[in-house]
Design a protein around this ligand. Sequence first.
Ligand code: SF4
Length: 62
Amino acid sequence: MSDETSTPPAPFPTSLCHQCVHRRDVRTARSWFLRCVKLETKYAPQPVRACPMFEPVPPVSP
Ligand code: SF4
């Protein structure tokens, strides 16, 4: 049974975009899209496996 108030799961969890500083999440109550600030088209075909513009999110310090 679905919960109307639950957050949708992350799309394409294996996508390289999840580890990239250029990703911006576009979220609503029912949807979650991975937008890219580097692409003119804004949305890469998912899942991204390799990308020449990829820059890793720096590790979070404790
Ligand atoms: S630069 Fe590449 S890896 Fe990073 S968010 Fe954009 S499409 Fe994804």
